[in-house]
Write a protein that binds this ligand. Structure first.
Ligand SMILES: C[S@@+](CC[C@H](N)C(=O)[O-])C[C@H]1O[C@@H](n2cnc3c(N)ncnc32)[C@H](O)[C@@H]1O
Length: 452
């Protein structure tokens, strides 16, 4: 494979290309690397490669002309192949992309400097923009090293043992299991023994493989649970993760989340504050969501006594009556539902259960005024807005009561009194009027996902 690196600092690569596996791969011709300096294609006395940005602002911008000439030079010497501009604005580099690029014969990599390239480069030359992470480097050279090494090591002949790439982190969609080497026992500063896990000394390859798989799953669960959404999993893997979740010492965040379905004070279509009647489906569906996600509780509030009686009769049917016999599963979901007269009463019940006052977050289909990060809050009657991931973070430390409004939504007086309003679902769409049970399900899933 041939790499052409367009860089203002060709010498940056002297050491990476000379040492370790990359050095050996270059020496053995597994890959070849050519460095091209756009400065060599300038025609003025100062060999200028940058200029001030149009529209003002700090820093300088890389000129098109020297880079286009450098790319033309690469084209003439055997072709550019896929041409990559390294930029924080690009597609994130991951193992799948590295694998895809390793299938190419030629790659050209453009390293930016200063504030980056004149944006019209992409209109003049077919380029792909790639980022090595959500942080800003001073130049694309160290990003190019990451790309070169992650792609290079997937080429046949790069690593001593061809199979070593297949077991590494991400190769199977998971983080890798931990490694150990000699000595078999080390001691910490208190003299306690730290032994290599016994199974690794057993010589039983089947057991070792099973142990490693389990640790790869466990590590991924702990550190990067989002990878599990796309990792291929066997039935045994799923069982192992169920077991892990059941015995996890880490308290599940869901336990701190409480749902309050308010039927008063809510708005009707005319914008008047009213109490609306219960909806059977809400009780069933939200009760089941609450059980599935392991929530701390689900409270229904209505000031209307006959409605509370109705709810009690309904819940009794499913949790203790004929319904519970016909459908014990439903009994389990609905046994955690509480019925109270008002939102304050629900919050009292949550405090009693959680041992602490909950943060109270209202939900609304309308977007609340948001405070700009670091900016001063405007004098407004509205509480601040929180994003859905922020609700998840709040659950690490505190119980949170999520107020869901029936009818046409919670009355303004309720919204003004809460700690924050959660950013609505589908805030950028032209229609976001979900039923309260759909909105609750989606919110809970976005807050907790599959691994909480
Ligand atoms: C100081 S940075 C420019 C940052 C740019 N003004 C921005 O905010 O997106 C200079 C150069 O470093 C490289 N670079 C910086 N961070 C990078 C990253 N995370 N991934 C890939 N390249 C990066 C790019 O080539 C970029 O043009």
């Amino acid at each position: 494979m041939h790499f052409s690196i367009c860089t203002l600092f060709p010498e940056f690569f002297d050491s990476p290309l000379a040492v370790g596996l990359l050095g050996r791969a270059v020496e053995e011709g597994v890959l070849s690397v050519e460095r091209v300096n756009p400065r060599d294609f300038t025609e003025d006395n100062h060999r200028t490669v940058d200029d001030r940005p149009y529209g003002g602002g700090p820093g300088m911008v890389m000129l098109l002309d020297p880079m286009l000439k450098a790319l033309g030079h690469v084209e003439q010497r055997g072709g550019r192949g896929r041409t990559i501009l390294l930029t924080p604005r690009g597609r994130p580099l991951d193992q799948n992309l590295a694998r895809e690029l390793a299938g190419e014969e030629r790659l050209t990599v453009i390293c930016g400097r200063y504030e980056g390239m004149d944006a019209r480069l992409g209109d003049l030359v077919e380029i792909e923009e790639i980022s090595v992470g959500d942080f800003v480097l001073s130049g694309g050279e160290s990003a190019a090293c990451c790309l070169l090494e992650s792609v290079g090591r997937l080429l046949p002949g790069f690593m001593g043992h061809e199979e070593s790439g297949d077991e590494e982190s991400f190769a199977l969609g998971l983080l890798e299991y931990p490694h150990y080497t000699r000595p078999e026992v080390v001691h910490d500063e208190k003299g306690r023994e730290l032994r290599v896990p016994e199974v690794l000394l057993s010589g039983d390859h089947k057991r070792i493989a099973a142990y490693r798989r389990e640790l790869a799953l466990a590590t991924t669960w702990e550190r990067r649970p989002e990878l599990l959404a796309t990792a291929p999993l066997t039935q045994q893997d799923v069982e192992s993760l169920q077991e892990r979740r059941a015995h996890s010492p880490k308290p599940a965040r869901g336990r701190n989340l409480y749902l309050v379905l308010a039927h008063h004070p809510v708005l009707n279509k005319e914008g008047e504050e009213v109490a609306v009647s219960l909806t059977n489906l809400d009780i069933h569906d939200i009760g089941r969501v609450s059980r599935c996600y392991g929530l701390g509780g689900f409270f229904i509030t209505t000031p209307l006594e006959d409605q509370r009686r109705l709810a009690a009769t309904l819940l009794e049917h499913w949790t203790g009556g004929a319904g519970s016999v016909a459908n014990p599963d439903r009994a389990e979901a609905l046994s955690g539902v509480g019925v109270v007269a008002s939102i304050p009463e629900a919050l009292d019940a949550i405090r009693d259960r959680a041992g602490r006052d909950p943060l109270v977050y209202a939900t609304s289909a309308r977007i609340a005024l948001e405070r700009r990060r670091g900016g001063k809050r405007k004098k407004t009657a509205m509480p601040e807005s929180v994003t859905i991931p922020q609700v998840g973070e709040a659950l690490d430390d505190r119980p949170v009561a999520l107020l869901m409004g029936t009818g046409s939504g919670l009355a303004p007086g309720v919204v003004r009194a809460v700690d924050a309003v959660v950013r609505p679902l589908r805030p950028f769409a032209d229609y976001n009027h979900l039923s309260v049970r759909s909105a609750t399900s989606i919110l809970v899933d976005r807050i907790l996902g599959d691994t909480e």
